[in-house]
Design a protein around this ligand. Structure first.
Ligand code: NG6
Ligand code: CA
Length: 517
Protein backbone atom coordinates (compact mmCIF):
# COMPACT_ATOMS: atom_id res chain seq x y z
CA UNK A 1 0.00 0.00 0.00
CA UNK A 2 1.40 3.33 -1.00
CA UNK A 3 1.46 6.11 1.56
CA UNK A 4 1.05 9.06 -0.63
CA UNK A 5 -0.07 10.01 -4.05
CA UNK A 6 1.56 12.80 -5.96
CA UNK A 7 -1.17 14.70 -7.67
CA UNK A 8 0.02 16.73 -10.54
CA UNK A 9 0.48 17.12 -14.23
CA UNK A 10 2.37 14.29 -15.75
CA UNK A 11 1.70 11.95 -12.86
CA UNK A 12 -1.50 10.11 -13.49
CA UNK A 13 -4.24 12.42 -14.57
CA UNK A 14 -4.58 16.10 -13.78
CA UNK A 15 -7.67 15.18 -11.87
CA UNK A 16 -7.51 17.33 -8.79
CA UNK A 17 -6.01 20.44 -10.25
CA UNK A 18 -5.78 22.13 -13.57
CA UNK A 19 -2.35 22.66 -15.10
CA UNK A 20 -2.71 26.32 -15.80
CA UNK A 21 -1.68 29.59 -14.21
CA UNK A 22 -1.58 29.96 -10.47
CA UNK A 23 -2.82 26.43 -10.01
CA UNK A 24 0.69 25.26 -10.83
CA UNK A 25 1.86 25.32 -7.23
CA UNK A 26 -1.06 23.23 -6.08
CA UNK A 27 -0.25 20.76 -8.83
CA UNK A 28 2.79 19.70 -6.88
CA UNK A 29 0.95 19.03 -3.68
CA UNK A 30 1.42 15.66 -2.10
CA UNK A 31 -1.92 14.16 -1.21
CA UNK A 32 -1.94 11.38 1.35
CA UNK A 33 -3.51 8.40 -0.26
CA UNK A 34 -4.69 6.81 2.92
CA UNK A 35 -6.57 9.30 5.05
CA UNK A 36 -8.99 7.80 7.50
CA UNK A 37 -12.50 8.18 6.15
CA UNK A 38 -15.63 8.58 8.26
CA UNK A 39 -19.17 8.79 6.90
CA UNK A 40 -21.57 10.20 9.48
CA UNK A 41 -25.05 9.54 8.14
CA UNK A 42 -27.88 11.14 10.10
CA UNK A 43 -31.40 9.75 9.82
CA UNK A 44 -34.21 11.94 8.48
CA UNK A 45 -32.20 15.09 9.14
CA UNK A 46 -33.48 17.83 6.85
CA UNK A 47 -31.65 20.42 4.78
CA UNK A 48 -32.76 23.14 7.18
CA UNK A 49 -32.10 21.31 10.45
CA UNK A 50 -28.54 22.53 11.04
CA UNK A 51 -27.23 25.94 12.02
CA UNK A 52 -24.82 25.97 9.09
CA UNK A 53 -27.76 25.43 6.73
CA UNK A 54 -29.75 28.28 8.22
CA UNK A 55 -31.45 26.87 11.31
CA UNK A 56 -31.68 29.40 14.13
CA UNK A 57 -33.97 27.77 16.68
CA UNK A 58 -31.69 24.81 17.25
CA UNK A 59 -27.95 25.04 17.94
CA UNK A 60 -25.55 22.65 16.20
CA UNK A 61 -22.09 24.00 17.08
CA UNK A 62 -20.15 20.81 16.36
CA UNK A 63 -21.61 20.34 12.91
CA UNK A 64 -21.28 24.05 12.21
CA UNK A 65 -17.60 24.02 13.04
CA UNK A 66 -17.09 20.97 10.81
CA UNK A 67 -18.79 22.92 8.02
CA UNK A 68 -16.74 26.04 8.73
CA UNK A 69 -13.51 24.09 8.42
CA UNK A 70 -14.60 22.15 5.35
CA UNK A 71 -16.90 22.34 2.36
CA UNK A 72 -20.61 22.77 2.80
CA UNK A 73 -22.52 21.61 -0.27
CA UNK A 74 -25.80 23.28 -1.14
CA UNK A 75 -26.92 20.95 -3.94
CA UNK A 76 -26.17 17.47 -2.62
CA UNK A 77 -28.55 14.55 -2.95
CA UNK A 78 -29.31 11.21 -1.44
CA UNK A 79 -30.38 8.69 -4.05
CA UNK A 80 -33.76 8.02 -2.45
CA UNK A 81 -36.19 9.64 -0.02
CA UNK A 82 -36.14 6.75 2.48
CA UNK A 83 -33.42 4.91 4.31
CA UNK A 84 -33.01 1.45 2.79
CA UNK A 85 -32.72 2.50 -0.86
CA UNK A 86 -30.66 5.54 0.08
CA UNK A 87 -28.10 3.53 2.08
CA UNK A 88 -28.09 0.71 -0.47
CA UNK A 89 -26.95 3.17 -3.13
CA UNK A 90 -24.45 4.91 -0.88
CA UNK A 91 -22.73 1.60 -0.10
CA UNK A 92 -22.91 0.04 -3.56
CA UNK A 93 -22.77 2.89 -6.09
CA UNK A 94 -25.74 1.20 -7.77
CA UNK A 95 -29.14 2.87 -8.12
CA UNK A 96 -31.61 1.22 -5.75
CA UNK A 97 -34.43 1.77 -8.24
CA UNK A 98 -32.83 -0.70 -10.61
CA UNK A 99 -34.01 -3.39 -8.17
CA UNK A 100 -37.49 -4.13 -6.86
CA UNK A 101 -36.40 -5.21 -3.38
CA UNK A 102 -34.77 -2.11 -1.93
CA UNK A 103 -37.85 -0.50 -0.35
CA UNK A 104 -38.07 0.22 3.41
CA UNK A 105 -36.89 -3.07 4.94
CA UNK A 106 -38.65 -4.78 7.84
CA UNK A 107 -36.52 -5.71 10.84
CA UNK A 108 -36.35 -9.34 9.77
CA UNK A 109 -35.38 -8.65 6.14
CA UNK A 110 -32.66 -10.79 4.63
CA UNK A 111 -29.50 -9.08 3.38
CA UNK A 112 -30.35 -6.76 0.53
CA UNK A 113 -26.74 -6.33 -0.53
CA UNK A 114 -25.61 -9.85 -1.33
CA UNK A 115 -22.06 -10.97 -0.54
CA UNK A 116 -21.24 -11.18 -4.28
CA UNK A 117 -21.88 -7.46 -4.70
CA UNK A 118 -18.88 -5.18 -4.21
CA UNK A 119 -19.42 -2.45 -1.65
CA UNK A 120 -17.51 0.66 -0.71
CA UNK A 121 -16.33 -1.26 2.39
CA UNK A 122 -14.91 -4.04 0.18
CA UNK A 123 -13.13 -1.35 -1.79
CA UNK A 124 -11.58 0.26 1.31
CA UNK A 125 -10.59 -3.18 2.63
CA UNK A 126 -8.93 -3.97 -0.66
CA UNK A 127 -6.95 -0.77 -0.23
CA UNK A 128 -5.67 -2.03 3.13
CA UNK A 129 -8.16 -0.20 5.35
CA UNK A 130 -9.74 -1.41 8.55
CA UNK A 131 -13.50 -1.03 8.14
CA UNK A 132 -16.36 -0.56 10.58
CA UNK A 133 -20.13 -0.02 10.55
CA UNK A 134 -21.80 1.40 13.65
CA UNK A 135 -25.40 2.44 14.31
CA UNK A 136 -28.32 2.19 11.93
CA UNK A 137 -28.09 -0.51 9.27
CA UNK A 138 -31.51 -1.10 7.67
CA UNK A 139 -30.11 -3.22 4.86
CA UNK A 140 -31.21 -6.63 6.13
CA UNK A 141 -29.27 -9.33 7.93
CA UNK A 142 -29.17 -13.05 7.27
CA UNK A 143 -30.02 -15.02 4.19
CA UNK A 144 -33.75 -14.64 3.73
CA UNK A 145 -36.55 -12.65 5.30
CA UNK A 146 -37.82 -14.15 8.54
CA UNK A 147 -35.31 -17.02 8.59
CA UNK A 148 -32.91 -15.54 11.16
CA UNK A 149 -32.19 -17.23 14.46
CA UNK A 150 -31.44 -14.17 16.58
CA UNK A 151 -29.83 -16.37 19.24
CA UNK A 152 -26.94 -17.30 16.98
CA UNK A 153 -24.64 -15.56 14.55
CA UNK A 154 -26.78 -14.03 11.81
CA UNK A 155 -25.15 -14.34 8.41
CA UNK A 156 -24.62 -13.07 5.84
CA UNK A 157 -24.16 -9.63 7.29
CA UNK A 158 -21.76 -6.70 7.22
CA UNK A 159 -18.71 -8.95 7.52
CA UNK A 160 -19.65 -10.59 4.20
CA UNK A 161 -19.72 -7.22 2.45
CA UNK A 162 -16.43 -5.78 3.63
CA UNK A 163 -16.87 -4.64 7.23
CA UNK A 164 -14.29 -5.92 9.72
CA UNK A 165 -16.35 -4.72 12.65
CA UNK A 166 -20.04 -3.94 13.11
CA UNK A 167 -22.25 -2.76 15.95
CA UNK A 168 -25.69 -2.20 14.53
CA UNK A 169 -29.41 -1.97 14.95
CA UNK A 170 -30.78 -4.37 12.35
CA UNK A 171 -33.34 -1.95 10.94
CA UNK A 172 -34.73 1.16 12.63
CA UNK A 173 -35.52 2.30 16.16
CA UNK A 174 -39.20 1.67 15.54
CA UNK A 175 -38.79 -1.90 14.31
CA UNK A 176 -38.07 -5.07 16.24
CA UNK A 177 -35.66 -6.64 17.14
CA UNK A 178 -34.70 -3.90 19.62
CA UNK A 179 -31.21 -5.20 20.31
CA UNK A 180 -27.70 -4.35 19.18
CA UNK A 181 -25.96 -6.75 16.86
CA UNK A 182 -22.21 -6.85 17.45
CA UNK A 183 -20.43 -8.65 14.66
CA UNK A 184 -23.79 -10.20 13.79
CA UNK A 185 -24.52 -11.58 17.25
CA UNK A 186 -26.81 -9.99 19.81
CA UNK A 187 -24.69 -7.82 22.11
CA UNK A 188 -25.10 -8.46 25.86
CA UNK A 189 -27.04 -11.60 24.95
CA UNK A 190 -29.24 -12.79 27.77
CA UNK A 191 -29.41 -16.61 27.77
CA UNK A 192 -32.44 -16.45 30.07
CA UNK A 193 -34.41 -14.51 27.46
CA UNK A 194 -34.05 -16.10 24.02
CA UNK A 195 -35.16 -13.82 21.20
CA UNK A 196 -37.99 -14.48 18.74
CA UNK A 197 -39.12 -12.07 16.06
CA UNK A 198 -42.11 -12.13 13.75
CA UNK A 199 -43.61 -9.62 11.37
CA UNK A 200 -46.82 -11.61 10.97
CA UNK A 201 -47.89 -13.21 14.25
CA UNK A 202 -47.95 -11.88 17.83
CA UNK A 203 -46.40 -14.04 20.54
CA UNK A 204 -49.02 -15.25 23.02
CA UNK A 205 -48.66 -13.50 26.37
CA UNK A 206 -46.52 -10.63 25.02
CA UNK A 207 -48.34 -7.32 25.53
CA UNK A 208 -49.03 -5.16 22.48
CA UNK A 209 -49.11 -1.38 22.36
CA UNK A 210 -52.61 -1.32 20.87
CA UNK A 211 -53.97 -3.38 23.76
CA UNK A 212 -51.96 -1.90 26.60
CA UNK A 213 -51.64 1.86 26.17
CA UNK A 214 -51.00 2.12 29.93
CA UNK A 215 -47.65 0.39 29.36
CA UNK A 216 -46.51 3.05 26.89
CA UNK A 217 -44.70 5.14 29.46
CA UNK A 218 -42.24 6.86 27.14
CA UNK A 219 -44.01 7.43 23.81
CA UNK A 220 -47.38 6.65 22.30
CA UNK A 221 -47.96 5.98 18.62
CA UNK A 222 -49.82 8.51 16.50
CA UNK A 223 -53.33 7.40 15.53
CA UNK A 224 -53.54 5.15 12.46
CA UNK A 225 -49.81 4.97 11.85
CA UNK A 226 -49.07 1.49 13.12
CA UNK A 227 -46.20 1.33 15.61
CA UNK A 228 -48.55 -0.40 18.03
CA UNK A 229 -47.15 -3.93 18.14
CA UNK A 230 -44.42 -5.13 20.56
CA UNK A 231 -43.73 -2.94 23.59
CA UNK A 232 -40.05 -2.47 24.36
CA UNK A 233 -38.82 0.06 26.91
CA UNK A 234 -42.23 1.73 27.27
CA UNK A 235 -42.53 2.32 23.51
CA UNK A 236 -44.54 0.23 21.06
CA UNK A 237 -42.90 -0.76 17.77
CA UNK A 238 -43.55 -2.24 14.33
CA UNK A 239 -43.36 -6.04 14.52
CA UNK A 240 -43.58 -8.68 17.20
CA UNK A 241 -40.82 -9.71 19.52
CA UNK A 242 -40.35 -11.95 22.51
CA UNK A 243 -37.37 -12.13 24.85
CA UNK A 244 -34.20 -10.08 24.75
CA UNK A 245 -33.98 -9.44 28.49
CA UNK A 246 -30.92 -7.41 29.35
CA UNK A 247 -29.90 -7.20 25.68
CA UNK A 248 -32.85 -4.91 24.85
CA UNK A 249 -31.78 -1.38 24.08
CA UNK A 250 -32.90 1.65 26.04
CA UNK A 251 -33.88 4.33 23.57
CA UNK A 252 -32.47 7.11 25.75
CA UNK A 253 -29.03 5.48 25.52
CA UNK A 254 -28.92 4.75 21.79
CA UNK A 255 -26.91 7.86 20.88
CA UNK A 256 -24.51 7.29 23.77
CA UNK A 257 -23.96 3.72 22.62
CA UNK A 258 -23.33 4.72 19.02
CA UNK A 259 -20.92 7.49 20.05
CA UNK A 260 -19.07 5.20 22.49
CA UNK A 261 -18.67 2.45 19.89
CA UNK A 262 -17.47 4.94 17.27
CA UNK A 263 -14.95 6.44 19.70
CA UNK A 264 -13.75 2.97 20.67
CA UNK A 265 -13.29 2.03 17.01
CA UNK A 266 -11.28 5.20 16.37
CA UNK A 267 -9.11 4.67 19.45
CA UNK A 268 -8.35 1.07 18.59
CA UNK A 269 -7.64 1.53 14.90
CA UNK A 270 -4.03 0.72 14.20
CA UNK A 271 -4.12 1.44 10.48
CA UNK A 272 -6.09 3.67 8.13
CA UNK A 273 -9.77 3.11 8.64
CA UNK A 274 -13.13 3.57 6.99
CA UNK A 275 -15.91 4.04 9.50
CA UNK A 276 -19.60 4.34 8.72
CA UNK A 277 -21.62 5.81 11.58
CA UNK A 278 -25.38 5.79 11.01
CA UNK A 279 -27.07 7.69 13.80
CA UNK A 280 -30.57 6.87 15.01
CA UNK A 281 -31.17 10.60 15.38
CA UNK A 282 -33.47 12.10 14.27
CA UNK A 283 -35.61 9.09 13.33
CA UNK A 284 -38.63 7.97 15.36
CA UNK A 285 -39.16 6.92 18.07
CA UNK A 286 -37.40 10.05 19.29
CA UNK A 287 -36.54 9.61 22.92
CA UNK A 288 -33.18 11.32 23.50
CA UNK A 289 -31.14 11.07 26.68
CA UNK A 290 -32.35 13.26 29.53
CA UNK A 291 -29.31 15.50 28.94
CA UNK A 292 -31.11 16.63 25.78
CA UNK A 293 -34.80 16.08 26.53
CA UNK A 294 -36.59 19.42 26.78
CA UNK A 295 -33.49 21.39 25.79
CA UNK A 296 -34.38 22.56 22.28
CA UNK A 297 -37.82 23.96 23.00
CA UNK A 298 -39.02 22.09 19.90
CA UNK A 299 -39.86 18.78 21.53
CA UNK A 300 -37.97 15.54 21.15
CA UNK A 301 -37.26 16.08 17.45
CA UNK A 302 -35.32 19.26 18.21
CA UNK A 303 -33.71 17.56 21.20
CA UNK A 304 -32.62 14.71 18.92
CA UNK A 305 -30.90 17.26 16.66
CA UNK A 306 -28.96 18.49 19.72
CA UNK A 307 -28.08 14.89 20.49
CA UNK A 308 -26.93 14.32 16.89
CA UNK A 309 -24.69 17.37 17.14
CA UNK A 310 -23.26 16.03 20.41
CA UNK A 311 -22.49 12.71 18.68
CA UNK A 312 -20.57 14.54 15.98
CA UNK A 313 -18.65 16.38 18.71
CA UNK A 314 -17.70 13.09 20.36
CA UNK A 315 -16.35 11.67 17.11
CA UNK A 316 -14.35 14.81 16.33
CA UNK A 317 -12.95 14.91 19.86
CA UNK A 318 -11.79 11.28 19.54
CA UNK A 319 -9.93 12.20 16.36
CA UNK A 320 -8.32 15.18 18.11
CA UNK A 321 -7.38 13.11 21.15
CA UNK A 322 -5.68 10.57 18.97
CA UNK A 323 -3.94 13.29 16.96
CA UNK A 324 -5.43 12.12 13.66
CA UNK A 325 -7.92 14.86 12.95
CA UNK A 326 -5.67 16.33 10.25
CA UNK A 327 -5.48 13.11 8.31
CA UNK A 328 -9.14 12.19 8.51
CA UNK A 329 -11.70 12.89 5.84
CA UNK A 330 -15.16 13.26 7.38
CA UNK A 331 -18.32 13.32 5.29
CA UNK A 332 -21.47 14.27 7.17
CA UNK A 333 -24.84 13.82 5.52
CA UNK A 334 -28.39 12.48 5.95
CA UNK A 335 -30.12 9.47 4.39
CA UNK A 336 -33.22 11.41 3.32
CA UNK A 337 -35.25 14.50 4.07
CA UNK A 338 -37.19 15.46 7.18
CA UNK A 339 -40.53 14.40 8.61
CA UNK A 340 -42.32 15.66 11.70
CA UNK A 341 -45.01 13.10 12.65
CA UNK A 342 -43.58 9.79 11.49
CA UNK A 343 -45.66 7.62 13.80
CA UNK A 344 -45.31 8.80 17.41
CA UNK A 345 -46.95 11.57 19.41
CA UNK A 346 -43.75 13.43 20.24
CA UNK A 347 -45.09 16.93 19.54
CA UNK A 348 -42.79 17.47 16.57
CA UNK A 349 -45.65 19.13 14.66
CA UNK A 350 -46.96 21.18 17.56
CA UNK A 351 -43.59 22.59 18.59
CA UNK A 352 -41.83 23.14 15.27
CA UNK A 353 -42.91 26.80 15.15
CA UNK A 354 -40.99 28.70 12.51
CA UNK A 355 -38.17 26.16 12.28
CA UNK A 356 -38.02 24.80 8.72
CA UNK A 357 -36.53 21.29 8.66
CA UNK A 358 -36.91 21.27 4.86
CA UNK A 359 -35.22 24.65 4.41
CA UNK A 360 -36.75 26.48 1.47
CA UNK A 361 -37.60 23.30 -0.39
CA UNK A 362 -40.93 21.62 -0.95
CA UNK A 363 -41.88 18.19 0.38
CA UNK A 364 -39.94 16.12 2.89
CA UNK A 365 -39.09 12.50 3.56
CA UNK A 366 -40.89 10.15 1.10
CA UNK A 367 -41.23 13.00 -1.40
CA UNK A 368 -39.93 13.39 -4.93
CA UNK A 369 -39.95 17.15 -4.37
CA UNK A 370 -36.52 18.50 -3.44
CA UNK A 371 -36.79 18.18 0.34
CA UNK A 372 -37.01 14.40 -0.06
CA UNK A 373 -33.44 13.96 -1.17
CA UNK A 374 -31.69 17.36 -1.03
CA UNK A 375 -29.73 16.80 2.14
CA UNK A 376 -26.96 18.37 4.21
CA UNK A 377 -23.55 17.32 2.93
CA UNK A 378 -20.31 18.46 4.52
CA UNK A 379 -16.77 17.36 3.64
CA UNK A 380 -13.94 18.05 6.05
CA UNK A 381 -10.28 17.12 5.75
CA UNK A 382 -8.21 19.74 7.53
CA UNK A 383 -4.94 19.32 5.65
CA UNK A 384 -6.45 19.02 2.19
CA UNK A 385 -9.77 20.78 2.01
CA UNK A 386 -10.05 24.54 2.10
CA UNK A 387 -13.16 25.99 3.74
CA UNK A 388 -15.79 26.75 1.12
CA UNK A 389 -19.42 26.60 0.21
CA UNK A 390 -19.95 24.61 -2.98
CA UNK A 391 -23.02 24.78 -5.18
CA UNK A 392 -21.84 21.84 -7.27
CA UNK A 393 -24.39 19.15 -8.04
CA UNK A 394 -23.30 16.05 -6.10
CA UNK A 395 -24.88 12.75 -5.11
CA UNK A 396 -24.25 9.93 -2.65
CA UNK A 397 -24.10 7.62 -5.67
CA UNK A 398 -20.64 8.96 -6.50
CA UNK A 399 -19.00 8.34 -3.14
CA UNK A 400 -17.92 4.83 -4.13
CA UNK A 401 -15.99 5.80 -7.27
CA UNK A 402 -14.68 9.00 -5.70
CA UNK A 403 -13.38 7.24 -2.59
CA UNK A 404 -11.81 4.57 -4.82
CA UNK A 405 -9.94 7.33 -6.64
CA UNK A 406 -8.85 8.78 -3.31
CA UNK A 407 -7.26 5.56 -2.11
CA UNK A 408 -5.93 4.53 -5.51
CA UNK A 409 -8.24 1.60 -6.16
CA UNK A 410 -9.69 0.74 -9.53
CA UNK A 411 -13.39 -0.05 -9.58
CA UNK A 412 -14.09 -3.42 -11.19
CA UNK A 413 -16.27 -3.12 -14.31
CA UNK A 414 -19.19 -4.92 -12.65
CA UNK A 415 -19.00 -2.89 -9.41
CA UNK A 416 -20.61 0.46 -8.58
CA UNK A 417 -21.84 0.77 -12.14
CA UNK A 418 -23.77 3.99 -11.47
CA UNK A 419 -21.02 5.70 -9.52
CA UNK A 420 -19.01 8.47 -11.15
CA UNK A 421 -15.70 9.73 -9.89
CA UNK A 422 -15.99 13.34 -8.67
CA UNK A 423 -13.20 13.49 -6.12
CA UNK A 424 -12.01 16.94 -7.20
CA UNK A 425 -15.48 18.38 -6.65
CA UNK A 426 -15.79 16.67 -3.28
CA UNK A 427 -12.41 18.05 -2.19
CA UNK A 428 -13.19 21.51 -3.53
CA UNK A 429 -10.50 21.80 -6.21
CA UNK A 430 -13.21 21.77 -8.83
CA UNK A 431 -16.82 22.89 -8.89
CA UNK A 432 -18.01 20.90 -11.89
CA UNK A 433 -19.98 18.19 -10.11
CA UNK A 434 -22.41 15.95 -11.93
CA UNK A 435 -24.12 16.73 -15.19
CA UNK A 436 -27.39 15.50 -13.69
CA UNK A 437 -28.76 13.79 -10.58
CA UNK A 438 -31.54 11.23 -10.45
CA UNK A 439 -33.70 11.13 -7.32
CA UNK A 440 -36.11 8.40 -6.30
CA UNK A 441 -39.28 8.26 -4.21
CA UNK A 442 -42.49 6.72 -5.62
CA UNK A 443 -41.23 7.84 -9.01
CA UNK A 444 -38.03 9.25 -10.42
CA UNK A 445 -36.92 12.78 -11.04
CA UNK A 446 -33.91 14.16 -12.82
CA UNK A 447 -32.22 17.52 -12.33
CA UNK A 448 -29.30 19.27 -13.96
CA UNK A 449 -29.18 21.73 -11.08
CA UNK A 450 -31.11 24.36 -12.99
CA UNK A 451 -34.16 22.40 -14.14
CA UNK A 452 -35.92 19.41 -12.66
CA UNK A 453 -38.25 16.94 -14.34
CA UNK A 454 -40.53 14.64 -12.32
CA UNK A 455 -41.97 11.63 -14.10
CA UNK A 456 -45.74 11.16 -13.84
CA UNK A 457 -47.32 8.42 -11.73
CA UNK A 458 -50.58 7.44 -10.07
CA UNK A 459 -49.58 7.59 -6.42
CA UNK A 460 -51.21 10.05 -3.96
CA UNK A 461 -50.05 13.63 -4.14
CA UNK A 462 -50.28 14.10 -0.38
CA UNK A 463 -49.38 11.80 2.50
CA UNK A 464 -51.96 12.61 5.09
CA UNK A 465 -50.43 11.15 8.23
CA UNK A 466 -46.98 12.56 7.74
CA UNK A 467 -48.46 15.72 6.18
CA UNK A 468 -46.00 15.65 3.33
CA UNK A 469 -46.53 16.68 -0.28
CA UNK A 470 -45.26 13.70 -2.20
CA UNK A 471 -44.68 15.45 -5.50
CA UNK A 472 -46.63 12.68 -7.24
CA UNK A 473 -48.81 13.70 -10.12
CA UNK A 474 -50.32 12.07 -13.18
CA UNK A 475 -48.94 15.02 -15.12
CA UNK A 476 -45.36 15.59 -16.15
CA UNK A 477 -43.72 18.22 -13.99
CA UNK A 478 -40.88 20.58 -14.78
CA UNK A 479 -39.52 23.10 -12.32
CA UNK A 480 -37.04 25.87 -12.99
CA UNK A 481 -35.13 25.14 -9.80
CA UNK A 482 -32.60 27.93 -10.16
CA UNK A 483 -35.46 30.45 -10.04
CA UNK A 484 -38.07 28.39 -8.24
CA UNK A 485 -36.34 26.23 -5.66
CA UNK A 486 -39.65 25.76 -3.87
CA UNK A 487 -41.07 23.95 -6.94
CA UNK A 488 -44.20 26.09 -7.02
CA UNK A 489 -44.65 26.52 -10.76
CA UNK A 490 -44.91 23.55 -13.03
CA UNK A 491 -43.64 24.89 -16.35
CA UNK A 492 -43.69 21.59 -18.27
CA UNK A 493 -46.15 22.88 -20.86
CA UNK A 494 -44.08 26.02 -21.52
CA UNK A 495 -40.68 24.37 -21.87
CA UNK A 496 -41.43 21.25 -23.84
CA UNK A 497 -37.88 21.01 -25.18
CA UNK A 498 -36.44 20.99 -21.68
CA UNK A 499 -38.92 18.29 -20.72
CA UNK A 500 -37.90 16.24 -23.74
CA UNK A 501 -34.21 16.71 -23.00
CA UNK A 502 -34.38 15.68 -19.34
CA UNK A 503 -36.79 12.87 -20.08
CA UNK A 504 -34.43 11.49 -22.70
CA UNK A 505 -31.55 11.57 -20.24
CA UNK A 506 -33.68 9.78 -17.66
CA UNK A 507 -34.82 7.20 -20.20
CA UNK A 508 -31.22 6.56 -21.17
CA UNK A 509 -30.60 5.60 -17.53
CA UNK A 510 -33.78 3.62 -16.91
CA UNK A 511 -33.13 1.66 -20.11
CA UNK A 512 -30.18 0.12 -18.26
CA UNK A 513 -32.56 -1.28 -15.62
CA UNK A 514 -35.63 0.04 -13.82
CA UNK A 515 -37.70 -1.89 -11.32
CA UNK A 516 -38.94 0.70 -8.85
CA UNK A 517 -41.65 -0.85 -6.67
C1 NG6 B 1 -42.49 3.83 7.51
C2 NG6 B 1 -42.91 4.06 8.94
C3 NG6 B 1 -42.08 5.18 9.53
C4 NG6 B 1 -40.60 4.91 9.35
C5 NG6 B 1 -40.29 4.61 7.90
C6 NG6 B 1 -38.87 4.23 7.65
C7 NG6 B 1 -45.30 3.53 9.22
C8 NG6 B 1 -46.71 4.05 9.14
N1 NG6 B 1 -44.33 4.41 8.97
O1 NG6 B 1 -43.18 2.76 6.96
O2 NG6 B 1 -42.37 5.34 10.87
O3 NG6 B 1 -40.21 3.83 10.14
O4 NG6 B 1 -41.11 3.53 7.45
O5 NG6 B 1 -38.06 5.32 7.77
O6 NG6 B 1 -45.09 2.37 9.50
S1 NG6 B 1 -36.62 5.26 7.17
O7 NG6 B 1 -36.07 6.57 7.39
O8 NG6 B 1 -35.91 4.26 7.94
O9 NG6 B 1 -36.75 4.93 5.79
CA1 CA C 1 -34.24 7.88 7.10
Amino acid sequence: MKNSLLIGCGIGSCMLVSCTGNQKKKADMVLPQTPNVIFIVADDLGYGDLGCYGATRVQTPHVDSLAASGIRFTDAHAVAATSTPSRYSLFTGHYSWRRNDTGIAPGDAGMIIRPEQTTIADMFKQAGYMTGAIGKWHLGLGDTTGSQDWNKTVAPGPSEIGFDYSYLMAATGDRVPCVWMENQMVANYDPDAPIFVSYSTPFPGEPLGREHPEMLTKLRPSPNQGHSDAIVNGISRIGYMKGGGKALWQDENIADTIAAKAVQFIRQADKPFFLYVGTNDVHVPRYPHERFRGKSGMGYRGDAILQFDWTVGQIMQALKDKGILEETLVILTSDNGPVLDDGYMDQAVELVGDHKPWGNFRGGKYSIFEAGTRIPFIVSWPTQVKPAVSDALVSHIDLFASMAKLVGETVAPDAATDSQEHLATLLGTDTAGREYVIEAASSLSITDGEWKYISPNNYPSYYEYTQIESGNSTEEQLYHLSEDMGEQHNVASEYTEKVAELKALLEQETAKGYMLE
